[in-house]
Design a protein around this ligand. Structure first.
Ligand code: UD1
Ligand code: CA
Length: 508
C-alpha cells in the first residue's frame, strides 16, 4: 500500500489534447474549439480539466484553423505546449506528433479531446487513480449509450476484459449492436504508447492511424488494458455541430444553476436563466425568469435580478434590485434599484441606495449614494453626487460633435425636469436648476440656475385665431361660467361683509 501512495504522489507526465480536426459540421469561419458554452470556449474546458490534474506537460495538437486556436491558447493558457499536426492522419498520428515534443517521457500520458467540454477534472483524476491501481498499460474511459452509432465499440472477452476497440466503420453487424463505446479519453503508459504508435498502420476503412489500435499492441505484449465506465454520459459527449453545442450549453447551464441553488440561490425558472461559468453568486440572491449573467458578473447576498435582464461584467451589491435591464461593465451599489427598462453602458457606477429608473441610459456615469435618476434620462459622462435628484427627461448632452465632456451635479442638488446640461457644466453642491432649462454655464452653491424665456400669455388669442373651433367654444363657455361665478361672488361678498369685519374664519 505504501508503494501505492508513493506512485499516487507522482504527477501525470503529460496530458495531450487532440484539437487538429476540421469541425466541418459547424459550418463556421471560427474554429469549432473557439465556440463557447457558458461563456468559455470548448477548448478552455479541456485545458481547465487538464490543468486541474497538475501534469508536468500539457500539449495541444492543432491543425485546422490553427492560427485562431494558437492565438486563443496564448490568451487563455500560455502554459500549454502546442504541437502542429500538418495533416490529419488519424488520432494515433496526432498523439505521435505530440510525443515528438516530449522526448524521454516516462510515466502516465492522458489523452483527451478539445471538443468534449463537460469532462470533469474529477473524472480525469479518477481515471488516473484507477489506471495506477490496476498497474495498467492503458485505461480507456467508456460509457454505455443508447445510440452508439459513429463511436468505436468496446469488445470484451468472456472474462470481461477489454480485448479491442473497433471503429463503427470497421465493425460487423454483431459488433455494431454493442452499446459500450470508447469516449476517446485514455491514460497510457508513456513507453508502451510510444512503441505502439511506431507500429501503427493505416489498415482500416478510413486509412488512418488509429490511436485505438494501441490497445491491441498492448495486449499482444502481455500488458494490462483496463476500462473505466462513467455513468455520466454528458462527460463523454463531443461537439460536432451547432445542435450539440446548444445541447451541451443547456446541460452545463443546468449544472451550474443546480450548483448555485444548492448554495442558496433562488432560481425561479432555470430553463430561461443563463449563467456563465465565471459568474459569482451569493446566498439569497434571486434570479427571475429571462435573466442572463455573463462574464465576470457577481451578485451579492439578497439581491434580486430580473425578469428579462442581461448583466455582462457587472458587480451588484447586497440587496439591490435590477429589473428588465441591460448592463455591462458597471457597478450597482448595495440596496440600489435599477430599471425597469434601463440601459447601463460601460463605466456606470451607482452608489448605495441610489436609483436608475425607467427609460434611463447611462454611460461613464458616477452616480452617488442615494442619488436618483428616476425617469427618461440620458446620463453620459456624468458625475452625479450623493443625494442629488435628476428630474424626468434630463439630458446630459456630452458630445458637441467633436469632443466628449463631463458634467457634474453636486451633492443634494436638484436638476429640474426636461433640462439639458450642455457639457462641460458644473452644478454645485446644494443648488437647483429650474425645469426646462438649457444649462450652458456653471451654477454656484445655493443658486438656482434658470435658462429659458419668461412665459407670456396673449389674451383673446383663441377667439381671434381659432373662432368656430371646439376649443374656441370651450373658451367661451369657460368665460361665461367665470362671469356668472364672479357676479355670484360679488353678491356673497356683500352678504359676508359684516362677518368678515368680526374676524370670523371663512375656511371651508
Ligand atoms: C474517435 C475514436 C473512437 C471514439 C470517438 C469518440 C479513433 C480511431 N476513434 O473516433 O473510437 O469512439 O473518437 O469521440 O481514435 N483529431 C486530431 N487529429 C487527427 C484526427 C483527429 O487532432 O488526425 C482529433 C479531432 O480534432 C477530435 C478527436 O481527435 O477532437 C477525435 O477525432 P475524430 O475524427 O472525431 O474521431 P472519431 O472518428 O470520432
Ligand atoms: Ca468525433
Amino acid at each position: 500500500m505504501s508503494q501505492q501512495s508513493e506512485s499516487d504522489a507522482r504527477p501525470v507526465a503529460a496530458v495531450v489534447i487532440l484539437a487538429a480536426g476540421e469541425g466541418k459540421r459547424m459550418h463556421s469561419a471560427r474554429s469549432k474549439l473557439l465556440h463557447e458554452i457558458a461563456g468559455h470556449s470548448l477548448l478552455s474546458y479541456a485545458v481547465t480539466a487538464a490543468t486541474s490534474i497538475q501534469p508536468e506537460h500539457i500539449v495541444v495538437v492543432v491543425g485546422h484553423q490553427r492560427e485562431q486556436v494558437e492565438s486563443h491558447l496564448a490568451e487563455i493558457a500560455p502554459h500549454v505546449m502546442i504541437a502542429v499536426q500538418e495533416q490529419q492522419l488519424g488520432t494515433g498520428h496526432a498523439v505521435q506528433v505530440a510525443l515528438n515534443q516530449l522526448a524521454d517521457l516516462t510515466g502516465d500520458v492522458v489523452v483527451t479531446y478539445g471538443d468534449v467540454p463537460l469532462l470533469a477534472s474529477e473524472t480525469l483524476a479518477a481515471l488516473v487513480v484507477d489506471h495506477r491501481d490496476r498497474a495498467a498499460a492503458m485505461t480507456v474511459l467508456t460509457a454505455q449509450v443508447p445510440d452508439p452509432s459513429g463511436y468505436g465499440r468496446i469488445l470484451r472477452g468472456s472474462d470481461g476484459l477489454v480485448e479491442a476497440i473497433v471503429e463503427h466503420r470497421d465493425a460487423d453487424e454483431a459488433q455494431r449492436t454493442i452499446t459500450e463505446i470508447n469516449s476517446g479519453i485514455y491514460v497510457f503508459d508513456a513507453e508502451i504508447l510510444r512503441s505502439a504508435l511506431a507500429e501503427l498502420a493505416p489498415t482500416n476503412a478510413q486509412g488512418e492511424l488509429y490511436l485505438t489500435d494501441v490497445l491491441t499492441f498492448a495486449r499482444r505484449s502481455g500488458q494490462t488494458v483496463s476500462a473505466w465506465t462513467t455513468k455520466d454520459l454528458w462527460q463523454t459527449e463531443g461537439v460536432n455541430d451547432r445542435a450539440q453545442l446548444s445541447r451541451l450549453n443547456a446541460e452545463l447551464n443546468r449544472r451550474l444553476l443546480q450548483g448555485w441553488m444548492r448554495k442558496g440561490v433562488t432560481v425561479i425558472d432555470p430553463a430561461s436563466t443563463w449563467v456563465h461559468a465565471s459568474v459569482d453568486l451569493a446566498p439569497d440572491v434571486t434570479l427571475l425568469p429571462g435573466t442572463s449573467l455573463e462574464g465576470a458578473t457577481s451578485v451579492a447576498a439578497g439581491a434580486t435580478i430580473g425578469p428579462d435582464t442581461t448583466l455582462v461584467d457587472v458587480e451588484v451589491g447586497e440587496g439591490a434590485t435590477v429589473v428588465r435591464t441591460h448592463a455591462s461593465l458597471s457597478v450597482i451599489g448595495a440596496g440600489a434599484s435599477v430599471g425597469p427598462y434601463a440601459s447601463l453602458r460601460p463605466g456606470t457606477t451607482l452608489g448605495a441606495g441610489g436609483k436608475i429608473g425607467t427609460f434611463v441610459e447611462t454611460k461613464n456615469a458616477q452616480i452617488g449614494a442615494g442619488a436618483k435618476v428616476p425617469h427618461l434620462t440620458y446620463a453620459g459622462d456624468a458625475v452625479i453626487s450623493d443625494g442629488a435628484n435628476i428630474g424626468a427627461g434630463v439630458i446630459f448632452a456630452n458630445y458637441d460633435g467633436l469632443h466628449k465632456a463631463t458634467s457634474t451635479v453636486g451633492a443634494h442638488s436638484f436638476v429640474g425636469s426636461n433640462s439639458v446640461l450642455a457639457a462641460p457644466v458644473h452644478i454645485a453642491d446644494g443648488s437647483y436648476v429650474a425645469a426646462g432649462s438649457t444649462i450652458t454655464g456653471d451654477v454656484g452653491v445655493g443658486e438656482l440656475g434658470v435658462s429659458r424665456s419668461r412665459q407670456r400669455n396673449v389674451a383673446g388669442w383663441v377667439a381671434r385665431k381659432r373662432s368656430g373651433t371646439k376649443t374656441a367654444r370651450a373658451a367661451e363657455a369657460a368665460l361665461d361660467q367665470r362671469q356668472v361665478g364672479e357676479s355670484e361672488q360679488q353678491d356673497q361678498q356683500v352678504a359676508d361683509a359684516p362677518l368678515q369685519d368680526q374676524h370670523v374664519s371663512r375656511e371651508a
